[in-house]
Design a protein around this ligand. Sequence first.
Ligand SMILES: *[C@@H]1O[C@H](CO)[C@@H](O)[C@H](O)[C@H]1NC(C)=O
Ligand SMILES: *[C@@H]1O[C@H](CO)[C@@H](O)[C@H](O)[C@H]1NC(C)=O
Ligand SMILES: *[C@@H]1O[C@H](CO)[C@@H](O)[C@H](O)[C@H]1NC(C)=O
Ligand SMILES: *[C@@H]1O[C@H](CO)[C@@H](O)[C@H](O)[C@H]1NC(C)=O
Ligand SMILES: *[C@@H]1O[C@H](CO)[C@@H](O)[C@H](O)[C@H]1NC(C)=O
Ligand SMILES: *[C@@H]1O[C@H](CO)[C@@H](O)[C@H](O)[C@H]1NC(C)=O
Ligand SMILES: *[C@@H]1O[C@H](CO)[C@@H](O)[C@H](O)[C@H]1NC(C)=O
Length: 616
Amino acid sequence: MSLSLNVFPILLFLLIIPSTDNFGFVFSAEYYPAERDALLQLRDSMNSAVNLHGIWTGPPCQSNQSSWFGVACSNWHVVGLALDGIQLSGVLPPAFLHNITFLTTLNLSNNSIFGSLPNLTNLVSLEYVFLSNNRFTGSIPSDYVHLPRLKTLELQQNYLSGQIPPLNQSTLTDFNVSYNSLHGPIPQTQVLQRFPSSSYEHNSGLCGNPLEITCPMPPPPSPPPAPLSPAKEKNKKRLETWSVILIAASATLVPFLVILVSLCYYKKMHGKEKAKEEHTGDGSAELSEKKVPNSRSSEDPERVVELQFFDKNIPIFDLDDLLRASAEVLGKGTLGTTYKATLESGSVVAAKRVKTMNALTKKEFIQQMQLLGNMKHENLVQIISFYYSGQEKLVIYEFEPNGNLFDLLHGNRGVGRILLNWTTRMCIIKDIAKGLAFLHQFLPNQRVPHGNLKSSNVLVHRDNQNYHSKLSDFGFLPLLPSRKLCERLAIGRSPEFSKGKKLTHKTDVYCFGIILLEIITGRIPGEISPGNEEETKTDDLSEWVRTVVNNDWSTDILDVEIMATREGHNEMLKLTELALECTDMAPEKRPKMSQVMRRMQEIEQRIDENDAQILS
Ligand SMILES: *[C@@H]1O[C@H](CO)[C@@H](O)[C@H](O)[C@H]1NC(C)=O
Ligand SMILES: *[C@@H]1O[C@H](CO)[C@@H](O)[C@H](O)[C@H]1NC(C)=O
Ligand SMILES: *[C@@H]1O[C@H](CO)[C@@H](O)[C@H](O)[C@H]1NC(C)=O
Ligand SMILES: *[C@@H]1O[C@H](CO)[C@@H](O)[C@H](O)[C@H]1NC(C)=O
Ligand SMILES: *[C@@H]1O[C@H](CO)[C@@H](O)[C@H](O)[C@H]1NC(C)=O
Ligand SMILES: *[C@@H]1O[C@H](CO)[C@@H](O)[C@H](O)[C@H]1NC(C)=O
Ligand SMILES: *[C@@H]1O[C@H](CO)[C@@H](O)[C@H](O)[C@H]1NC(C)=O
């Protein structure tokens, strides 16, 4: 008995060895070079824990077998690709799968792939698609609805945004898009409706069956906030206000320098705005001091050519249209001055004139900007474009019209104030956490991925009853010439900075904790007010909360505005606990952002369960 058990593997071994030898040397065998090329594109453009370079050699298929790791063959064709859980990272080569015509299984789950989902156009044999647990961004391609044999589509645990396309293949039996940032109604197709709610949960904005979230009534057709370029936009209906602004804005960006020039001439020290956007801002002298000479003296045409866009499909408009654009100062901060530029068409962009990093090489700047610009997340302000020259560095963002969290929390307390109830605050907190967690995951090698997280850098946008927030001013730390300058960023208030210790991802976590406390207590961290900074080095807010909480675990700390209503006290105190962990003096004791996300989910769930118990 035991003998025959031992013999079997040995026989198998003998059978396999000679044939694998052949794979390396026999090239006369028929194989399909286009399929091989496709796999080589993947091999050569991505990193992984498995050394594909070393092991994907020779032809991929020998009749029905393959010696290539993760590849399955049938009749000399590649039919399966299973590269799950091998720490594959990078962006998939565009359209690389097109030539693997007979592909039936694609498994890239549990890796670190970012960028868009693969283009699966014309892969009519495809049945199983596993892409879950990666860092995919962008929307689900609408032509996935044309995959006639699709049985499995697993996209959970990514950063996908946009709406779910109306998949309705009767073959589809396994579908999951949970843990993404999808929004909009779940299409009412027969097929999509038969999956359980767990296929859709943990998205920020999905609604309709089978989730028990009713979709808001579609708003009455009202004129869009910014006129669109008439020709291009096919899916106008589907675009949110946001994307409308973004597209319109990006379409008209090229001439910003011209705007900047006219702006410098005409607006000069237009002192209306008092450094709203970044309340650690410095005096307004800088603007006039740096203004005109640089902008005018060098040749404008060349600069415009060098403006770099992240979306290659943006139509380039005529400069003359934009000379009459109006511009105003939005805020001045450590990193530079931010302007709002309103074009004649009504589209608006925000542009930051980066001033502190003149020592920087062009390459460093461009690399960092490309890294940041290719990042897309609904809770991060999108960089649309940037410009570099010796004296002038510009970063152009989508414009967020509704102001920032600092103003929302602390501005206009008194008559006419819009109350911020707990649900709203919770929405804002979750968005901040999501944005920051994404940054941390996307930029694992950057010391402090955000670096300047504070309430004035959280832009808040309201549509109907819902608030959404986006982080701005992130990713500049690698560009700062000296540590000294960090002093005036949010991270300058962390204990590790004042002690001269290493700054890490946990420094962002500290800043996150402070914002959390600010939202819960309604108090200004360090009790500084805009225009009156510099005096406190570390934050007394967390100290104060800690003292109150230690003495008597009570609701004293809560903002009066949310105290009054009875909702959510438990949740608030749990979050306070979390915030205090985030602001621990010892960075290593603070949770990671991924842990913060999990904790927040648990808190919400527990509260839901309690509510359910009370009701029943
Ligand atoms: C597919 O194969 C054809 C023929 O070899 C080649 O010309 C084409 O570039 C390939 N397509 C892709 C997306 O690699
Ligand atoms: C390869 O597999 C196909 C279908 O599974 C089968 O028809 C064919 O005979 C197999 N070829 C060899 C050489 O085993
Ligand atoms: C695809 O990968 C996931 C994650 O590693 C695994 O759970 C699943 O079984 C794989 N599916 C197939 C068909 O190989
Ligand atoms: C994901 O891949 C890692 C290795 O990269 C492995 O340890 C882990 O078990 C995998 N998880 C799943 C769910 O397959
Ligand atoms: C996918 O590839 C096809 C064929 O090359 C192309 O027509 C289509 O535009 C691509 N889709 C996307 C979303 O890039
Ligand atoms: C989806 O497919 C089913 C069956 O093929 C069909 O009856 C139905 O009309 C299709 N469309 C929708 C929106 O459900
Ligand atoms: C979808 O994926 C999530 C996360 O992996 C899991 O919790 C859930 O059970 C899945 N739902 C279905 C229907 O597979």
